[in-house]
Design a protein around this ligand. Sequence first.
Ligand SMILES: C[S@@+](CC[C@H](N)C(=O)[O-])C[C@H]1O[C@@H](n2cnc3c(N)ncnc32)[C@H](O)[C@@H]1O
Length: 258
Amino acid sequence: MPSNISAPHATTAAERENAPESTRQAHARQVRSMFDSIAGRYDLLNHLFSGNTDTRWRRKVARTLDDVLVNPRAAVLDVACGTGDLALALDRQGTRHNHTGARIIGVDFCHPMLKIARAKSHKISFIEGDALRLPFADNYFDAATIGFGLRNLASVSDGLFELRRILKPGGRLVILEFSKPVIPGFSQAFNFYFKHILPRIGDTLNGSCGAYTYLSDSVRKFPDQIELARLMRASGFDQVSFRNLTGGIAALHIGSRQ
Ligand SMILES: C[S@@+](CC[C@H](N)C(=O)[O-])C[C@H]1O[C@@H](n2cnc3c(N)ncnc32)[C@H](O)[C@@H]1O
């Protein structure tokens, strides 16, 4: 990453909710510049550091929405789609056994990430747009997903309200995000790795830009499983539930638009 670009300072969801608009915009600009700069290495480092577990997690999101994804009349939005792997997993799930599958759209505000996504599929529409001002009408989508994106938004609550807005009543939201490991012993070891080892290796491989330090800090400051479920209910989702993935390293939250 060029030296004039620095990763954003990770803040808690509550700190961001109370921040002035100018601070939120600065946060969004820094997040976008950071992903601009790491786009070329994003997929490789993701798969390397997770031992491809990230791919399994995305498949689980897709399986959760199987009934929607096989419906050719359904539209499904993947927000903060990045290089497109979750959108691709959704498409694969929907088109298994020669089904036509739902229409999948990915949206992200980082052009270099979208460029990589577009090279992976000509069938999925990858659109440039802000998760906090989605370029879609109210009540449009049958389901929406956001994978490792919510944590990066300038406001988690505003992001959830915006996701609710574009969903049809009864439409489902699935969130895949890093969370809080729940297995004693494993949790301590993982936290040590994530706080002290991953940032060093990741930032070195990425040209010392601080992206992995930001990743580690932002995960620590992100709401845990229970709190995220509470925020979803407060943002107008019901039937909210979650399941831990790989001992709670990540979690998959599901809710329906009221
Ligand atoms: C960690 S990547 C996740 C990408 C992808 N969903 C995946 O599963 O690998 C986070 C993505 O969120 C995008 N992002 C962050 N804030 C955004 C916003 N306000 N609007 C649109 N995209 C945003 C970034 O550009 C980046 O591509």
